[in-house]
Write a protein that binds this ligand. Structure first.
Ligand SMILES: [Fe+2]
Ligand SMILES: [Fe+2]
Length: 284
């Protein structure tokens, strides 16, 4: 099973200080084009929050227009820059029927891996919450099928990244979410957004990663008193489940006009030929 992930698209109206870096509508369009062209194609595409910048109706309209080519495979979850009632309305045709009542969390059962979307955003706030209500919801969902490999996707990561200013306005109750993951080792992978960088760690036996943004990234700078957004390339991730383990790839999507490639197709064919002939991979 192949699971793509996009995050932190931050579709915005014209202007604003981030707009000096990138046109997030344009970069998301480019990422969507890229995802449509992938072969093999991802079975599902997770979108882990901050899909708009301010959660307005006009931003959701732009977002839906850009995401239309992948809408049939899309599984979105809100972030702190989204607004839940409008989010629910915008994605009414995409979200499954088992959506929780007071948060936008849900489960998708019809794949080899159970996919659990966890909403840990709070309306009107920029930090996140994993309160006892959400804890009970996630515990119940995971207890319903404890032996099936499961992927949980959410916006806020439940660990300190070392990017201090992002951690300081992060998830309240991180320890509560980590405890749920630790007592449910069938959660093989936990993927999040919010950090605008690819970051990896583990909670118990569960792999944990954050996805870069389809717009701007956060500069890798662990100095506690600095922070910056940076125009590193738009990116996405592919999580490949082979029946035994997840392997995560990070792909960058630059303007196709500026990308140079050297074909390795001949080399690929030669490797395959040697493998099938049982020849050693000796240096010539
Ligand atoms: Fe974001
Ligand atoms: Fe965020």
């Amino acid at each position: 099973m192949l699971i793509a992930q996009i995050s932190d698209c931050h579709i915005r109206d014209q202007g604003g200080w981030f707009a000096r870096l990138v046109d997030t509508t344009e970069t998301l369009r480019r990422v969507v084009d890229h995802l449509v062209g992938l072969d093999p194609a991802p079975d599902v595409i997770l979108a882990t929050g901050d899909l708009t910048d301010d959660g307005t109706a006009s931003q959701y309209a732009t977002l839906l227009d850009v995401l239309a080519p992948i809408a049939d495979r899309l599984l979105p979850i809100p972030g702190n820059h989204d607004e839940c009632p409008l989010f629910r309305g915008a994605f009414a045709d995409v979200l499954p029927g088992n959506l929780a009542d007071d948060h936008c969390s849900y489960v998708v059962e019809d794949h080899p891996v159970r996919l659990v979307g966890l909403d840990n955003s709070i309306p009107g706030r920029h930090d996140g919450r994993f309160d006892p209500v959400r804890e009970r919801w996630l515990d119940d969902v995971l207890a319903a099928d404890p032996d099936r490999p499961t992927l949980v996707f959410t916006h806020f990561p439940p660990f300190e990244t070392g990017l201090r200013f992002m951690d300081d306005a992060g998830l309240l109750d991180s320890d509560r979410l980590r405890a749920v993951i630790e007592r449910n080792p069938q959660v093989r992978l936990l993927v999040t957004g919010h950090l605008h960088r690819p970051i990896h760690t583990a909670i118990g036996s569960t792999l944990v990663s954050t996805c870069p943004s389809t717009g701007n990234q956060i500069r890798l700078d662990l100095h506690p008193e600095r922070g910056a957004a940076v125009d590193e390339p738009p990116a996405y991730q592919l999580h490949r489940w082979d029946g035994e383990r997840f392997v995560t790839h990070t792909g960058m999507v630059r303007d196709p006009a500026s990308v140079q490639t050297v074909s390795l197709d001949g080399f690929v064919a030669e490797i395959r030929r040697r493998l099938e002939a049982g020849e050693p991979f000796a240096k010539e």
